[in-house]
Design a protein around this ligand. Structure first.
Ligand code: LAN
Length: 716
């Protein structure tokens, strides 16, 4: 949808500020401050789509020089505090959560935010008038209702072409009655849906003894973090009072008069275009039992007790995460929960408002909220690894780039555990984004460890991160192994997957528990293997055992066709690349392992005629390889990285892939954005704009710096 007719801000007035720990905030300068303010940096201009192409570099005649050109461009995007960042767009339920939370709590939405958020949302409207669960997705009621309400809050009136078309789509679907649960929460809070039509999320769950298998502390942390504030809001039927605007929305969102709708009847009715998981009978029965309990049995004292318990847990999470909370969705619900629990304008709400900005990113389209408060540590660790693997770490020109990145790794490492018995120990680990977000992620910790070891041990940088701090990281990682010997994301698994039966969210699959993932498992294997090389005396026996058993997990997770399913990147190409790296770290290569040979054949079979690889995001949802029409630079980099790790003997196959990466490189060293490369919960894509840089640099550089010499040694 074109957003040309809508107001625009002046992109030259936007500035990106980053704190020492990588928290980023985009601010809009007053026009009067412009003449005296600092000029925009290259990175700011690039993010805002204002950068004129930088000068052409000498054409690369080798893959290594293409990697070097890539880094010459990419290093200009490194930010002040030493990290790389980018927009982190994809899901359609992040921005609306924050907008609605600000509306409910009377928080300020500055005019420039409203203008640029509107621009962003309108740009991604589908031709049919709706929006998808994520940018490339087909229209869903969930996204369309949430964006519709957000646009109205942001000031778009009901007669505007964008809202008219969106409303037409919503009404064509029978109105908002059949919106999925996660949309109902927001509508109910806005007094646009009745809580009796929402599946129960009783706060008493948090008062159960922790040994009970369904206690929420056992759920996947991303999921329980959402249901914690939601349980407070649900159990207290929190709703803001009606006003003329909300009354208008009631008329706009439904096909019949609001008061005539029996919301109770819709409890299990969800629009078929939204439903990704069939409704299960078990959950239906549980919901009826819970409602009977709430309506007729639950004593008042227990309700009050549960309220107090949940409020305390909300406070604990807020304080432990500096009011960022774990990610955008629960952050928005927390903001609203503390508003209702403590009263309007209380100090906790104000602290929440301050932490909205780090979730927002101004890109060339407008202002959007990412899936988290950034991907700072993740991108930085991968960038360091790419630079070193490509042999560019010894190039004096990039010394200061690595030094700055090293400092960022140092400030981002967790030095202690948090005071929360429900949380996984994190000391020595690293987060996905920033230290103040506070959550360890197994693979972020492992990639952070590898990046540090590469700098400090391989390149001889100073020991900014002491030996003891590396030990801490390893000890913490060793505690995260699951009973199936794999590694999950944030925590060690706490309950069996049968809990998925209780998943009330219709739009996400596999989100109730921590699973083991080949990607996370590989990161830990490779991290531990590298650590063992430099520090063989620390926890040597345990590390050997963990690496060996985790390798067993990888093998047992291989699909019939030789691939691995990737949960966080698209899809089989991503999973297979990681698994091959993991197996290689334990010495399993094409020459020595049947599993590796099968995986290589899988990849080779998927190579396109032009030499590249291209996988469509629908692979993740359909659970079978879906080819993208075009080769993709990022998929190609992953495939050749996997093949090189496996020491696949036919160099020509790899070189044909690298040719694609080299051909797509612009004369200034840049790569342009292609199809989306990230995913979560099997259904929702998310963008990792820096992947096209660091994975390409790594693939190009690895060929001559590591793969060819290794193959020559094997041949000798
Ligand atoms: C992320 C982003 C990063 C990702 C990797 C580090 C890449 C992965 O290897 C481990 C899992 C992790 C940390 C991850 C988990 C789920 C997140 C936080 C996200 C995909 C970004 C957004 C998503 C979050 C769950 C969105 C909210 C939706 C829910 C269903 C709760």
């Amino acid at each position: 949808m074109t957003s040309d007719s809508l107001p625009k801000t002046d992109p030259t007035r936007w500035r990106l500020h980053t704190s020492a720990i990588g928290v980023h905030t985009w601010t809009y300068l007053p026009a009067t401050a412009l003449p005296t303010s600092r000029p925009q940096t290259f990175a700011e201009k690039y993010f805002l789509g204002l950068a004129s192409p930088s000068t052409s570099l000498p054409p690369p005649h080798t893959y290594s020089s293409a990697a070097r050109n890539g880094l010459l461009f990419y290093s200009q995007l490194q930010l002040e505090s030493g990290h790389w960042s980018s927009s982190y767009a994809g899901p359609s339920f992040t921005l609306p959560g924050l907008v609605v939370a600000l509306y409910i709590t009377d928080g300020a939405i500055p005019a420039e935010w409203a203008i640029d958020m509107t621009q962003w949302v309108c740009r991604y409207q589908n031709d049919d008038g709706g929006w998808g669960l994520h940018i490339p997705g087909r229209s869903t009621l969930f996204a369309t209702v949430l964006y519709y309400v957000s646009l109205r809050i942001l000031g778009i009136d009901e007669g505007h072409a964008v809202t008219v078309r969106a409303r037409g789509w919503i009404r064509g679907m029978g109105g908002a009655v059949a919106v999925p649960q996660w949309g109902r929460y927001w509508l109910a809070l806005l007094n646009l849906y009745e809580w009796e039509g929402v599946q129960p999320v009783p706060s008493e769950l948090w008062t159960l003894p922790t040994w009970i298998p369904i206690h929420p502390w056992r759920w996947w942390v991303q999921c329980r973090s959402v249901y914690l504030p939601v349980s407070y809001l649900y159990s207290n039927r929190c709703q803001i009072p009606l006003n003329d605007f909300l009354l208008a929305l009631r008329r706009e969102l439904y096909t019949q008069p609001y008061d005539s709708i029996n919301f109770n009847e819709y409890i299990h009715t969800v629009s078929p275009v939204d439903r990704k998981r069939p409704l299960n009978l078990f959950l239906t029965v549980v919901n009826h039992v819970l409602r009977t309990w709430e309506w007729y049995i639950r004593p008042l004292w227990l309700h009050s007790h549960a309220n107090a318990v949940v409020r305390a847990l909300i406070r604990r999470e807020d304080e432990n995460t500096a009011y960022n909370d774990i990610a955008t969705v629960n952050k928005a619900f927390h903001t609203v929960a503390v508003h209702f629990a403590d009263g309007a304008n209380n100090s906790a709400v104000k602290l929440h408002w301050e932490k909205v900005l780090p979730y927002l990113w101004r890109d060339e389209v407008g202002l959007n909220a990412g899936g988290t408060n950034g991907a700072q540590l993740w991108d930085t660790a991968f960038s360091v690894i790419a630079i070193v693997e490509a042999g560019l770490g010894e190039d004096a020109q990039f010394n200061s780039v690595l030094e700055k990145a090293h400092k960022f790794l140092e400030v981002s490492q967790f030095r202690d555990d948090v005071d929360d018995p429900f949380r996984q120990a994190r000391k020595g680990g690293w987060p996905f984004s920033t230290r103040d977000q506070s959550y360890i992620v197994s693979d972020c910790a492992a990639e952070g460890l590898k990046a540090t070891l590469m700098l400090q041990e391989e390149l001889g940088f100073s020991k900014l991160i002491s030996k003891q701090r590396l030990y801490d990281c390893v000890d913490t990682l060793l505690k995260m192994q699951n009973p199936d010997h794999g590694f999950g994301s944030y925590e060690k698994a706490r309950v069996g997957t049968y809990i998925e039966l209780l998943n009330p969210a219709e739009v996400f699959d596999r989100c109730m528990v921590e699973y083991s993932y080949p990607e996370c498992t590989t990161a830990v294997i490779t991290g531990l293997a590298m650590f063992r090389k430099y520090y063989p005396s620390h926890a040597g026996k345990k590390i050997d055992e963990v690496i060996q058993s985790a390798t067993g997990y990888l093998k047992s997770n291989q699909w019939q066709d030789g691939s691995w399913y990737g949960s966080w990147g698209i899809c089989f190409t991503y999973g297979t690349m990681f698994a091959l790296e993991g197996l290689a770290a334990t010495g399993l290569t094409y020459a020595t392992s049947e599993e590796v040979r099968r995986a290589c054949h899988f990849l080779v079979e998927k190579q396109k005629d032009d030499g590249g690889w291209g996988e469509h995001w629908e692979s993740c949802e359909r659970r079978e390889y879906v080819e993208h029409e075009e080769s993709q630079v990022v998929n190609t980099a992953w495939a050749v990285l996997g093949l090189m790790a496996a020491r696949f003997p036919d160099r020509a196959v790899i070189a044909r892939g690298l040719e694609i990466i080299r051909r797509r490189q612009q004369p200034n060293g840049e790569w342009l954005q292609e199809a989306v490369s990230g995913i979560f919960n099997c259904t929702c894509t998310i963008e990792y704009p820096n992947y096209k840089f660091h994975f390409s640099i790594r693939a190009l550089g690895r060929f001559e710096h590591e793969y060819v010499p290794a193959m020559n040694t094997i041949a000798r």
